[in-house]
Design a protein around this ligand. Structure first.
Ligand code: PBG
Length: 325
């Protein structure tokens, strides 16, 4: 008997149909975005050992994955390029024939209007030193010189057909610089999904393998300190003022409190990135038989939605649709 006569919360948990009726949080295909890696020159998909089940795609298998994503009703795909050669300026990012711009064109031609094609707007995959921007003579990441390149990169991606560009390098002023450049080139309708809040996280580890990163050291002078929450609100305010259409929090799981604060603070859609290390943790534990993989996947995605994310980037996006059926 509960403390108050007749009050029994368990009544609403008594059957699957009852639980479905009162479920507060939904998880739908349209809310899921699949990040994809496309490797220049690859003849067959290459497995990423720290992300079991995720591959560096060939152009051909990427097209197939895009078609499947559209068919499943996903919200979109987020494309990352893995180039064969890199230089200090990351010039492959601007080249219309660079792997990311080529992959964008492929994806747009494959998916048509059925799926939103998004592209990572950052230099780290293209620079020989692996930083998200270019370096000054002292070897520091040069914020303003990088902005000029991001502006051109945004136009290159929009020209390739990207519906949404995702500036992720955490340079100050990046959203404004990209917005101004897009508008100047006639791309007023290209949406900016700003990685507004991005923490210097250990959970990005497997991604470094996924893109063949050249980075030594860390990104602590531009990505945020995990101790700080107010800094996230400051970053979000700046990005919205600069013209961000959607703001993202990243990583997701160790930052669910930040997702909630951002959702309560802004009036634009909020995305969260369920990143590589979060994927790897679940996959590793499941591979050891320590957790139920499929339940853990859905519980993870539901928790991110419950925290306030309107949409989630997840390497499980396509599989989750099958699990939801
Ligand atoms: C930067 C970028 C990174 C990720 C997405 N965009 C890497 C980083 O900032 O170190 C990480 C995504 C993941 O870990 O799944 N181009």
């Amino acid at each position: 008997m509960s403390g108050f006569p007749g009050v029994r919360p368990r009544r609403l948990r008594s059957s699957a149909a009852m639980r479905r009726l009162v479920a507060e949080t939904t998880l739908e295909p349209r809310q899921l975005i699949l990040p994809m890696f496309i490797r220049e020159g690859a003849r067959e998909p290459i497995a990423i050992s720290s992300m079991p089940g995720v591959y560096q795609h060939t152009r051909d298998t990427a097209r197939k994955a895009v078609a499947e994503a559209a068919q499943l009703g996903l919200g979109g795909v987020m494309l990352f390029g893995v180039p064969t050669s890199k230089d200090p300026e990351g010039s492959g990012a601007l080249d219309p024939d660079g792997i990311l711009n080529v992959a964008i064109r492929d994806a747009v031609s494959e998916a048509g209007d059925d799926l939103l094609v998004m592209s990572d707007l950052c230099l780290d995959e293209f620079t020989s030193h692996g930083h998200c921007g270019v370096l000054d003579s002292a070897g520091r990441v040069d914020n303003d010189a990088t902005l000029a390149i991001y502006a051109e990169m945004g136009v290159a991606q929009a020209s390739a057909g990207a519906h949404i560009v995702g500036p992720s390098g955490m340079m100050d002023g990046q959203v404004g610089a990209v917005r101004t450049a897009l508008d100047g080139a006639g791309f007023q309708d290209t949406v900016i999904l700003a990685y507004a809040v991005k923490y210097a996280s250990a959970f990005f580890g497997p991604f470094r393998e996924a893109v063949g990163s050249s980075l030594t050291g860390d990104r602590k002078t531009y990505q945020q300190d995990p101790s700080n929450a107010r800094d996230a609100i400051r970053e979000v305010d700046l990005d919205v003022a600069e013209g961000a259409d959607i703001v993202m929090v990243k990583p997701a799981l160790a930052y669910l409190d930040i997702i909630r604060q951002v959702r309560d603070h802004v009036n634009v859609p909020v995305a969260a990135y369920n990143i590589s290390g979060e994927y790897a943790m679940v996959e590793a534990a499941a591979a050891n038989g320590w957790i139920d993989r499929e339940r853990a996947i859905l519980e993870t995605l539901t928790s991110i939605r419950r925290a306030g994310a309107d949409m989630i980037l997840s390497y499980w996006a396509a599989e989750a649709v099958h699990l939801l059926r």
